[in-house]
Ligand binder design. Sequence first.
Ligand code: PEP
Ligand code: MG
Length: 582
Amino acid sequence: MLVKRGIAVSPGVAIGPAIVLGTESFRIERRFVSIDAVDMETARFRAALDTTCREIEINEKLASERLGAQYGAIFSAHLMMARDPKVVAEIESLIREKSFSPEFAVSRVLRQYAKRFQNLGDQYFAERSSDIYDLEKRLLRHLLGERREELAHLTAPVLVLAHNLTPSETAGLDRQFVLGFATEAGGHTSHTAILAGALQLPAVVGIGNFLSDVSGGETIIIDGSHGVVIIEPDDDTLAKYRQSEERYRSHVKQLETLRQLPSQTRDGVAIELLGNIEFPEEAAPARQRGAEGIGLYRTEFLYLEAHREPTEEDHYQAYREVLKAFPTQPVVIRTLDLGADKMPGDLRVDYADGVNPALGVRSLRLSLQHLELFKTQLRAILRAAVHGDLRIMFPLVSTLLEFRQARMILGDVMEDLEEQGVEFKRDVPVGMMVEVPSAAVLAEEFAREVDFFSIGTNDLIQYTLAVDRGDPQVANLYRSGDPSILRMIRNVIAAARKYHISVSVCGQMSSDPMFVPLLVGMGLRQLSVTPQAIPELKEVIRNLTIARAERIASRAESMEVARDVESFLRGELKKICPETVQ
Ligand code: PEP
Ligand code: MG
């Protein structure tokens, strides 16, 4: 039995057989293919080899053109090796004669060569051996990349283990058969982690190297509440976890009894709880859990899930579906936040890649550079708005001019619709995410022009503290309780008050029960949260008075370091709601 620890990002326990999604760094198990699949598997190897060679040719050309022929020659050596008839024949003969899987055959042959070079004890040959490992990685990436597709054809329950899952891969997980997942990479508020919550899959991320200890098929426990993954658990551990799975379910059931009760403090102040969703199908369950509307619909998932570019009609239908669950309540549609880690795999849109995608053409910047894409979405929102209380929110606004430009384009789209005689709603509130420090600092200036604010703490923390939200190596530096973050939130709330606009927090911070007394004490009366968290948050709110929340906020805001703030808030939560802390 092997116990691994990571970051708990989506609660619950899942127990079942593992399926390992490959990366270059994990052990390739000895797998056999059936005799009648040998031709197909050989062809699969050939196809991967062709793709690999094409890829190397491109690199060779680029390196020669940009850096000079001697750099291109590095890739010529890779190419020669990839095309070496002896090497190719050896791999094929392992597939044909021994029925080895192409992955195992490739790995075995190339590693043998690499080892031989390494053992020659000469610097030149040692370098050639790393070329061979590189070639192995490339080939495996193509072979295993295909295996990821198999995830779409599951027929039995599995737990997915991977180095990393992109948000699109996570969105594509078969909710019927995938019971949970664990990854080597990833951080608290990475989009993959957020999706795990949306899909209600127990998940642990940021475990670090562990895939070399698993080959697939073993029984695994994923404890998404405590960030633990257990490989091949013993009988006692299995029994203990089955019990805890049961306890978790009954705790969730018990919280569900709060569904009908209002979200208000003990002294009767309403704290509106809205839901964050990624897929339209989440709207109805969010309502069932007690959401009073949708405070954040991350519409980019329309792109991440699809295998073609969504049309205006696709957008429109998605928004109508959300409105069906919330016909009279607020529904905030956030325009596309594509870019950084949220890039559609199959879509052929000309998105810039960028040197540092989190600081590059992401989000509203991308929409402003791809006006057709942006206008298509805005048309659909304005049309759907006729059917309910839709609101538009722009993400990642970093300057006033950017906001004004987006608003102007919205005006152009209205004119087009008008001219074309298409029915739409004109007076749709237009708000913005406050998730870039510049916007938090200039909150007053923005508050004069926008209809509402929603504070995106996930990005605000990443950009303020210079900590990548998806990087497990700096996860300990990613602190919602940092005084700089509290001060920015305070500033945004004050600006919203001054100009009489509404403000909420839609980052993961507001879904964490520990921060709710603080946020309420700072003056927030609306939170947009992960729908699963609503019953628990409601319990905290119903046990709180405004006076107590204000005392908590003022004490927390007087502290100098995140660690003190967070441990103080944890202690207060324990007093308010001992059950929740357990
Ligand atoms: C945020 O940054 O806090 C936010 C809600 O947006 P996302 O998590 O989609 O980047
Ligand atoms: Mg964000």
